[in-house]
Design a protein around this ligand. Structure first.
Ligand code: UD1
Length: 447
C-alpha cells in the first residue's frame, strides 16, 4: 500500500488482458465503509483501542492521516492492525485538503462534537453521482443542541459546530441515510441523556460502528433496525481490541467477476447474509451460488446454459446495495435478453455507461433506469474509471472481454479494493498497473 498511498494524486491505469476464467480461492478484506466509521469513532475514546482487520486501502490511510492531523497517535502493529491513542488530540479543526479527499471525513463532525462539544470541519468531497447533501447530518446535530448547523452558518465551506452542552434528542431522518445515521450515533454517544434515531439506516457497517462503540463503553441499542436508541455516557473507557467486518462490496465485486468470466471461485471471509440481495439475483439468473459459514462459491453448472435477464432496484440495506450497481450492470450484460437496473439511491450513478459502451455494452439509460440489452460480447478498449465502483465494474467487464483493456484513473479503484492486482492475479487474471497518457490527470474523487 505504501507506494500507492505515497503516489496519491498521481494517476495510473490498469492493463487487463481478458477472456480468462477466474479460478481458485480469495479472501475478502475488512470493510472500507465500516473501517472509516470505526476509525472516526475511535477518536471519541478516552483510552487506547486496537483495530484489527483494517483494510489496507487508500481511503483508510487518508482517514488515519486526518486523525493524526488532529493530534491522535496511530501506530501500525502490522498491515491490518492499528493501535489508536486519541488522548493526544489537541484540536477540533480539520479543514485541510485531506478532508475533501474522502467523503467519510464528515464523520469527524459527529465524533469531535461528541468528544468535546466542538467541531470545525471542511465540507467533504465525494464521487459525483448527483448532489450529496449533508442536511440530515446537520439537522441531527442541531436537534442535539449544536449551533452552527444551519446552511446559512456554513462559512467558506467550513462547518463550525458548537454545543454547550450536547444533549440527546429524537431525530427523525426524512431519508434513510447511512452517513447521517452514523454521525448522529457518534455525537449521541457522549451527549447528555437519550437519543432516538428514527428511520435509521441498517447497513452492516452501521451495526459494526455501534458494536465498536459499545465495546468501548457506549450504550447503543437497536443498530441494524430502523430505530436506534443511545444513552449518552460521560466516558468511553476503551482499552479494547475490535475487528472490522468483511467488505460486502468487495465480496460482491469478486462474485460478479467470477460469474462473468465463467469462472469457479470460492470467496472466503465474508458474511453470506450480507450478500443475499446479490446471491439471490445471481441464482435467479442461473449462476450457482454455494454458501458456506463464511464463504461463497460462484460457478456455472454448464456454461452452455441460458443466463436469464432480471430486474434489480437499489435501495438501503437489506435492499440491493447501490455500491454494487455498476458491477451488477456488467453482470446483467451477460444475460440473454433485456434486464433493467433501477438506481433508487443516487440521482446520477450511470456515468460509467458510455465507458462500458466502448467495450460493446448495449445499455439505454433514462433518468434513474438503465435497460441492459444482453447478451453483450465485451472487447478490450481504453476506458476511464469515473469513480470507485464504476472502476470496479470496468474491471469485471475487462476480465470478461476479448483483448486488452486499459482502465484509466485506476487509482480511484485502489481507494476501496485492497491488493486488487495481487488478488485477481492469484485467480488467474492478467492485470498490471501501468503509467498512462498524460491527458488523464483529473483530481481524485471518492465514494
Ligand atoms: C454511504 C457510502 C456510499 C454508499 C451510500 C449508500 C460511505 C463512506 N459511503 O454514503 O458508498 O453509496 O452510503 O449506501 O459509507 N441524503 C440527503 N441528505 C443527507 C444525507 C443523504 O438527502 O443529509 C440522501 C443522498 O443524497 C442519497 C441518500 O440520502 O440520495 C443516501 O445517502 P447516504 O446513505 O447518506 O450516503 P452516504 O452516507 O454519503
Amino acid at each position: 500500500m505504501e507506494d500507492i498511498f505515497n503516489g496519491a494524486g498521481k494517476n495510473y491505469a490498469y492493463e487487463i488482458k481478458g477472456g480468462v476464467s477466474l479460478k481458485g480461492d480469495i479472501d475478502i478484506s475488512g470493510s472500507k465503509n465500516a473501517a472509516l466509521g470505526v476509525i472516526a469513532a475511535s477518536i471519541m475514546v478516552d483510552g487506547v483501542c486496537t483495530l484489527e482487520n483494517v483494510p489496507d486501502i487508500v481511503d483508510v490511510h487518508v482517514m488515519f492521516d486526518l486523525c493524526r492531523s488532529l493530534g491522535a497517535t496511530i501506530d501500525a502493529i502490522d498491515e491490518h492492525t492499528y493501535r489508536i491513542d486519541p488522548t493526544t488530540i489537541n484540536t477540533y479543526k480539520a479543514s485541510g485538503p485531506l478532508v475533501s479527499r474522502i467523503r467519510a471525513s464528515y464523520y469527524l463532525m459527529g465524533a469531535l462534537l461528541g468528544r468535546g462539544g466542538k467541531a470545525s470541519i471542511r465540507l467533504p468531497g465525494g464521487c459525483n453521482f448527483g448532489t450529496r447533501p449533508i442536511d440530515l447530518h446537520l439537522k441531527a446535530f442541531q436537534l442535539m443542541g449544536a449551533k452552527g448547523a444551519t446552511p446559512a452558518e456554513i462559512n467558506s465551506g467550513i462547518v463550525n459546530l458548537e454545543a454547550n452542552p450536547l444533549h440527546g434528542a429524537r431525530i427523525y431522518l426524512d431519508i434513510v441515510s447511512v452517513g447521517a445515521t452514523i454521525n448522529a450515533m457518534l455525537a449521541a454517544c457522549k451527549a447528555q441523556g437519550q437519543t432516538e434515531i428514527i428511520n435509521a439506516a441498517k447497513e452492516p457497517h452501521i451495526v459494526d460502528v455501534a458494536n465498536f462503540l459499545n465495546s468501548m463503553g457506549a450504550r447503543i441499542k437497536g443498530a441494524g433496525t430502523d430505530t436506534i436508541k443511545i444513552t449518552g455516557v460521560p466516558v468511553l473507557p476503551g482499552n479494547f481490541t475490535y475487528s472490522i467486518i468483511p467488505d460486502q462490496i468487495e465480496a460482491g465485486t469478486y462474485m460478479i467477476a467470477a460469474a462473468v468470466t465463467n469462472g469457479d471461485v470460492t470467496i472466503h471471509n465474508l458474511i453470506p447474509t450480507h450478500m443475499e440481495p446479490l446471491s439471490d439475483k445471481m441464482r435467479e439468473m442461473g449462476y450457482q451460488i454455494e454458501e458456506g459459514d463464511e464463504s461463497i462459491r460462484v460457478y456455472r453448472a454448464n456454461c452452455e446454459d441460458t443466463i436469464y435477464p432480471t430486474s434489480v432496484k437499489t435501495s438501503p440495506y437489506p435492499g440491493f446495495p447501490t455500491d454494487l450497481q455498476p458491477q451488477t450492470v456488467v453482470l446483467l450484460c451477460s444475460a440473454d435478453g433485456q434486464s433493467r437496473m433501477h438506481e433508487n439511491v443516487w440521482q446520477n450513478r450511470f456515468q460509467y455507461v458510455p465507458e462500458l459502451a466502448k467495450m460493446g455494452a448495449n445499455i439505454n439509460v433514462y433518468e434513474r433506469i438503465a435497460w441492459i440489452n444482453g447478451k453483450s460480447s465485451f472487447r478490450g478498449a481504453i476506458v476511464e474509471a469515473t469513480d470507485l465502483r464504476a472502476g470496479a465494474a470496468l474491471v469485471c467487464a475487462a476480465l470478461e472481454a476479448e483483448g486488452t483493456t486499459y482502465i484509466m484513473n485506476a487509482q480511484r479503484i485502489d481507494r476501496g479494493y485492497e491488493h486488487i492486482v495481487r488478488k485477481l492475479t492469484a485467480l488467474g487474471a492478467t492485470i498490471t498497473r501501468v503509467n498512462h497518457a498524460p491527458e488523464y490527470n483529473e483530481e481524485d474523487t471518492e465514494a
